[in-house]
Design a protein around this ligand. Structure first.
Ligand code: SIN
Length: 308
């Protein structure tokens, strides 16, 4: 089955791609994504300066999910600006994930990265792991100001990666910000920030940064991810493509994201745990579900979730 999809006018050869953060920091990792069946190459969220990130251990898988506090380890935006032109040889979209430690950083990075030729830019408003830096996506005014400034320096389609919201009033407020600022796609959701996993045997937390607090990913967050995809889909429908992220471990999980309104899905925890072969498995599993349900493509079931 043809699992290709279109995001903001860009054809993506498979609806599965890595989430920013998973297997996408170094040249080697990005090139391996290029050779894999990932539908796109999504870079690690880049900052102005190269970063080592937070102290280790900073990722831990547990039954049902993962917790991380990576702290944006990345090569710095100039390195990605150099790399992006050569990543285009893999014949799939390159999605540059842009972050920053302050508003000006986002603008500086976006302006340079835009010129390096990515197909899409994903602006990360939702990293929960920078001590002393609240997630921008939880501040609608700061989000709006930042999106407007970045939008002015970007020529390729630009999306935002949002944190999960837990109240329809917050979905409404952010949907209004998104609607006013010319965003071309949404990535939903980043990890569920500031969870805490405890090892009862050692009587400790399981990651070092921030006293053990970190972003949750994997199966435990799927209902929260689906709720956010659905909430924004109902507010924008076909006018704004959504890349669903959160809890996709099987083809059925991906199908659920599509039903809720996602056009494509990103995978994080399962890519870290299983490696690049996961893309082929997910393609086979999703194809089997779509075949069984009589859908000819991922787009055919998009948003088709029924209420009772
Ligand atoms: C991290 O590097 O800490 C994760 C990035 C993110 O959640 O945006």
């Amino acid at each position: 089955m043809d699992l290709s999809v279109t995001i903001a006018g860009v054809r993506v050869p498979s609806c599965f791609m890595n989430a920013a953060g998973a297997h996408c920091v170094t040249r080697e990792e990005l090139e391996a994504l290029g050779r894999s069946r990932s539908g796109a190459i999504v870079t690690k969220s880049m900052t102005l300066e190269p970063r080592q990130g937070n102290p280790e251990p900073r990722y831990c898988g547990f039954p049902g999910g993962s917790i991380n506090s990576m702290g944006l380890p990345n090569l710095g935006y100039l390195a990605y600006a150099d790399l992006i032109p050569s990543l285009r040889r893999f014949g799939k979209p390159v999605i540059a994930s842009v972050a920053g430690l302050c508003e000006d950083d986002f603008v500086t990075i976006a302006a340079v990265i835009d010129k390096s030729g990515p197909d899409l830019i994903e602006v990360n408003l939702s990293c929960p792991n920078l001590p002393g830096k609240p997630q921008i996506g939880y501040d609608p005014e700061a989000s709006e100001r930042l999106i407007r400034r970045v939008r002015q320096v970007v020529t390729v389609p630009m999306g935002v990666k949002l944190p999960p919201y837990f109240d329809p009033a917050h979905h409404d407020i952010m949907a209004q910000v998104i609607g006013r600022t010319g965003v071309d796609f949404l990535s939903l959701i980043n990890s569920v920030g500031n969870g805490l996993v405890v090892d009862p045997e050692r009587e400790t937390v399981v990651i070092k940064p921030k006293g053990g607090f970190g972003g949750l990913g994997g199966p435990v967050i799927k209902p929260i991810a689906l709720a956010n995809v659905r909430a924004f889909w109902t507010r924008f429908e076909d006018r704004l493509p959504i890349i669903g992220t959160g809890g996709v471990t099987t083809g059925i999980d991906a199908f659920e994201h599509l039903l809720c309104g996602a056009s494509a899905v990103q995978i994080g925890t399962v890519l870290v745990e299983e490696g690049l072969g996961v893309f082929e498995r997910l393609e086979q599993e999703l194809t089997a579900v779509l075949d069984r349900k009589g859908y000819a493509s991922p787009a055919a079931c998009r948003g088709k979730l029924k209420e009772l």
